[in-house]
Design a protein around this ligand. Structure first.
Ligand SMILES: [Zn+2]
Length: 295
């Protein structure tokens, strides 16, 4: 079912400065391989809180659950696997959705506990809660809002990989120009960064899919996949809900544009285009395991 491609893998040692000091990393460069890592952050819909609207947790989870259902349908009809980074707030209030993720062959990983208020201890707490709920080992972590996270702490708690790094510049969020663009291993942990374009590091994350003209977005994704041999993308379930029909949530135009059906069509079209290009879809876990096995 999984399709990790390791044809013509080249290894090189990469010495560089990243985050808080010197580190040595094993850097992998691919050519002639095309792995696609699709991911979705299944969190309670807390975005309205940025504009002073606080939805009850049950409603915030219910909105995301609706989006998850739509995404799972699209993945099933497209016959591809993906990774769902779930907060424990989401997973404990929507266990049916989490069960379906697993039943459909997708990976469940951790996105912390409370998306609005990450707290010390969430790394361990979320792992235990999700493992109890699913009966599966939880090996991946993504910090809410892609904030920085301690790789040592993740490794100490038994995680295999982190997916919290977005090596670009988003004003007001983060500045990671100097971070590696492609996967690497550090402190025993695999880092699987969000893809950005080669050279200019244009972001390819969810918001780019809303705002770039779709043919341009699709071309940039295909170009990055061809160049890196890997394309890692992330979206949110609530993007697949028609947010503009709910002015009471006060979601800004920047975010609700293309939400709902247009995003569903874009995801379908993007998957189809990447498949035509020869992209093999696999989970983050599968990719991280393959990397560790080759060390
Ligand atoms: Zn999130």
């Amino acid at each position: 079912m999984f399709n990790v491609q390791w044809f013509n893998v080249q290894w090189s040692m990469f010495n560089g400065q990243w985050f808080n000091g010197q580190c040595s990393m094993v850097n992998v460069q691919w050519s002639m391989i095309k792995n696609v890592l699709l991911s979705f952050d299944a969190e309670e819909f807390d975005l309205p809180r940025e504009n002073g609207v606080q939805l009850p947790l049950e409603e915030a989870v219910s909105i995301s659950r609706g989006g998850v259902s739509v995404i799972l349908d699209i993945l099933k009809e497209s016959e591809v696997q993906a990774t769902f980074f779930c907060t424990t707030n989401f997973a404990t209030h929507a266990p049916d959705a989490v069960r379906r993720m697993l039943a459909d062959g997708h990976e469940v990983a951790s996105h912390g506990c409370d998306h609005w208020r990450p707290a010390p201890g969430d790394i361990a707490r979320s792992k235990h809660t999700l493992e109890d709920l699913t009966g599966e080992r939880i090996l991946g972590y993504r910090q809410p809002r892609m904030a920085a996270v301690s790789m040592q702490e993740l490794a100490a708690h038994g995680y295999l990989y982190d997916a919290s790094l977005h090596p670009t510049f988003i004003p007001g969020r983060y500045m990671h120009w100097g971070a590696p663009r492609v996967p690497f291993v550090k402190d025993g942990l695999v880092e699987l960064p969000m893809s950005v374009t080669p050279w200019l590091r244009l972001p390819l994350f969810w918001l780019a899919c809303h705002h770039y003209p779709f043919p341009l977005y699709r071309w940039l994704c295909q170009r990055t996949l061809r160049h890196d041999g890997l394309l890692a993308l992330y979206f949110h379930p609530w993007e697949f809900v028609p947010l503009r029909e709910h002015p009471e949530w006060k979601v800004p135009w920047l975010i609700h544009r293309q939400s709902g059906t247009p995003m569903q069509e874009r995801l379908r079209a993007l998957i189809a285009a990447l498949k035509r290009q020869g992209g093999g879809f696999c989970t983050y876990r599968r990719m991280a395991e393959e990397m560790k096995n080759r060390l």
